[in-house]
Write a protein that binds this ligand. Structure first.
Ligand code: OFO
Length: 164
């Protein structure tokens, strides 16, 4: 069983994860509009991964005999100033999500919900990876200063991402 406070916080996180998917899909569409198809493929894979995060929370609520309730998903931003600006926004977003996961973990501790603490440990580890990946790409983009050759190389590299 799960109490109402935890159930509502977990349902809130489903919304955050679906919004993450929406945001990255919007970034994919932005990259597609620039003919940066490798960047777009990377963002589409990221959007799928975010949906799988949402489904992990969905599954956990059900396993704990709770009730999933879905909320409206916020409209994502559609345009960015540059590929670097978009990836910077992705990094800021991942930092925000890490904060949310930490809040959930603190709540699970305060409510002595051990299964939720264990479930969240996967996400805590995942967020370290998500932030590191976005940060590495921001760093690469910062180094090339929007040079077309540099963008082409990064596009090729990002396009090679295996879909999870
Ligand atoms: Fe990007 O990790 Fe979920 O939101």
């Amino acid at each position: 069983m799960i109490n109402d406070k935890l159930q509502s916080a977990l349902n809130g996180q489903i919304n955050e994860e679906i919004f993450s998917a929406y945001l990255y899909l919007s970034m994919a569409a932005y990259f597609q509009s620039l003919n940066l198809n490798g960047f777009a493929a990377w963002m589409k894979a990221q959007a799928r991964e975010e949906m799988s995060h949402a489904m992990k929370f969905y599954g956990f609520i059900n396993e704990m005999e709770g009730r999933v309730t879905l909320k409206a998903v916020q409209e994502p931003q559609k345009e960015w100033k540059s590929p670097l600006d978009a990836f910077n926004a992705a990094l800021q977003h991942e930092r925000h999500i890490s904060g949310r996961i930490n809040d959930l973990y603190r709540l699970a501790m305060a409510e002595s919900c051990y299964p939720m603490q264990i479930m969240l440990q996967w996400f805590i580890k995942e967020q370290v990876e998500e932030e590191a990946t976005a940060s590495a790409i921001v760093h690469q983009l910062g180094q090339i200063h929007d040079s077309p050759q540099g963008l082409w190389l990064i596009d090729r590299e990002l396009g090679a991402r295996k879909s999870d």
